[in-house]
Write a protein that binds this ligand. Structure first.
Ligand SMILES: *Cc1c(COP(=O)(O)O)cnc(C)c1O
Length: 200
């Protein structure tokens, strides 16, 4: 996860073997894109506003943060215009925290079925952000529940679904996330050190 990191720091990570980078904000990613002139996957991990969809679809290989039918429809339309099939994950708010983006678990199956009918979207799995907590053990039930949902979706054999990614785990809790079945962790500080603050 390279938010707030300079292109030089990102290039250093790529040279060290990083194969995918995750950015939170479309604008920030675009501003770095031409400096990171490497074949690398770009992932959008932050909330996506509908007015940024067109740019996001041009730039990102995987969007982790789809959280509504409306957003999925916008992505589908933008991807169709450039002849792309956009890979996405559905962001799930397992803990029910009001401050978090993501769909409630109760809506995951129905929304997945809807998204899988969209011609220019490839549905690829689920993502969650566990509540921030000093003790990563507290995130375990959240990760376990998302894993259960993930396997539940897989056995439904929804047409056009390719449920292969379970995006969960950050610096503080990735070990627990992996124990609970994550296959896509989003690590920032653990690789780059504490995030440099960007003055706005
Ligand atoms: C910043 C961020 C991360 C990485 O957080 P670290 O604690 O630095 O590992 C992961 N996922 C999302 C959605 C983020 O915004």
């Amino acid at each position: 996860v390279t938010k707030n990191q300079s292109p030089a720091a990102i290039l250093e990570a790529i040279d060290a073997g990083i194969m995918a980078i995750g950015e939170n904000r479309v604008q920030e990613a675009i501003s770095k894109f031409s400096d990171i002139n490497r074949s690398i996957e770009w992932h959008l991990i932050g909330h996506l506003q509908t007015n940024k969809v067109k740019q996001a679809v041009r730039m990102f290989d995987l969007i982790h943060s789809v959280d509504s039918e409306k957003l999925a429809l916008e992505i589908n339309r933008a991807a169709g215009k450039i002849g792309k099939r956009q890979c996405v994950l559905l962001e799930v708010n397992i803990s029910g925290e009001e401050t978090k983006f993501g769909v409630p678990r109760q809506q995951v199956i129905s929304l997945t079925k809807i998204i899988c009918q969209m011609d220019f979207i490839q549905f690829c799995g689920l993502m969650t952000i566990a509540p921030l907590n000093a003790d990563p053990e507290n995130a375990r039930p959240v990760f376990r529940e998302l894993y259960n949902l993930y396997t539940e979706l897989q056995v439904l054999h929804i047409p056009n679904a390719n449920i292969q990614w379970l995006s969960m785990g950050m610096t503080n809790d990735y070990q627990v996330a992996i124990e609970e079945g994550s296959n896509l962790v989003r690590i920032g500080a653990g690789i780059f050190g504490p995030r440099p603050q960007i003055k706005k």
